[in-house]
Design a protein around this ligand. Structure first.
Ligand code: ADP
Ligand code: MG
Length: 268
């Protein structure tokens, strides 16, 4: 079983990419589970025909024992879909919700080896407590960071690298690579590639902007399902192949604030 975590700033395109990766792997007959670790709880929506699944935190709040069927949806490509969910705004802690979710999944036997891939889709704006959980020993083997060429997205990506460094001495995940998700900025691919080189990793893919993403969303589908013959679907399938073959990754070398600014300035 291979475990992969997709991290990145909120709104950068993590769920779109993760759901397309799950769809691509699921279509090839791999047994996949996708775990949404974002209070937005829409990670698996495009695998579930646009439906939102019940979240683990909502179930836990009811105080009864959580049952498999209440929290695990079966989506496109037979992908098992789980959403950690979020706390009441202003009351609970989202990070703690992720820890509780992974504990529930372990108790339900989902880590017992019958799956080929577990994909975590994780909000990486703050790499604290629970949001760092998937990078701890025993969870993701490799972390991939989604970023655009925008300063704030690269800033978050650099912070995620810092988180990876602090877990690296304790058997935590390694950085598999950087995934560019284009916003249409000039020289964006070069900016992201320069960032990747700067932290000692590779840009493993650059996903272009495509209106097929929105068209698919309106149909409640990933691009892999909605437009399987498109070049955009091919980009996601190729990325899935790269991730499946990932050879362990590296411990990143985070940039200093001035190095980060230099990369953004040089290419924009
Ligand atoms: P995140 O999970 O990081 O918060 P999402 O995957 O939900 O981000 O993406 C945010 C929005 O950006 C989505 O509604 C989607 O329509 C759009 N989007 C993401 N990737 C692309 C892309 N390659 N081309 C066009 N739109 C995209
Ligand atoms: Mg998301």
């Amino acid at each position: 079983m291979k475990q992969i975590a997709i991290y990145g700033k909120g709104g950068i395109g993590k769920s779109t990419i993760t759901a397309n990766l799950s769809a691509a792997l699921g279509c090839e007959g791999r047994r996949v589970m996708q775990i949404g670790c974002d209070p937005k709880q829409d990670s698996t929506r495009l695998l579930m025909g646009g439906q939102m699944t019940g979240t683990v935190l909502d179930c836990l709040r009811k105080g009864e024992e959580v049952k498999f069927d209440e929290i695990v949806g079966r989506g496109y490509g037979e992908v098992l879909c789980v959403e950690a969910g979020g706390p009441e705004p202003g009351v609970g802690c989202a990070g703690r919700g992720i820890m509780a979710t992974l504990e529930v999944l372990r108790k339900l036997g989902l880590y017992d080896g019958q799956l080929d891939f577990i994909l975590y889709d994780v909000l990486g704006d703050v790499v604290c407590g629970g949001f760092a959980m998937p990078m701890r020993r025993g969870f993701a083997d490799e972390v991939y960071i989604v970023t655009s060429g925008e300063y704030m997205a690269l800033y978050a990506a650099n912070n995620i690298c810092r988180g990876l460094v602090s877990f690296s001495s304790r058997g935590g995940a390694r950085l598999g690579g950087i995934i560019g998700n284009g916003r249409g900025l000039p020289d964006e691919e070069q900016t992201i590639a320069a960032f990747a080189r700067g932290v000692g990793a590779e840009m493993v893919a650059f996903v272009p902007r495509s209106s097929l993403v929105q068209e698919g969303e309106r149909a409640g589908q990933t691009v892999v399902e909605y437009a399987p013959e498109s070049s955009q679907a091919q980009v996601y399938r190729e990325l899935a192949r790269i991730l499946a073959e990932g050879q362990g990754g590296v411990v990143p070398r985070p940039l200093t604030p001035s190095e980060l600014e230099e990369i953004v300035r040089r290419t924009q």
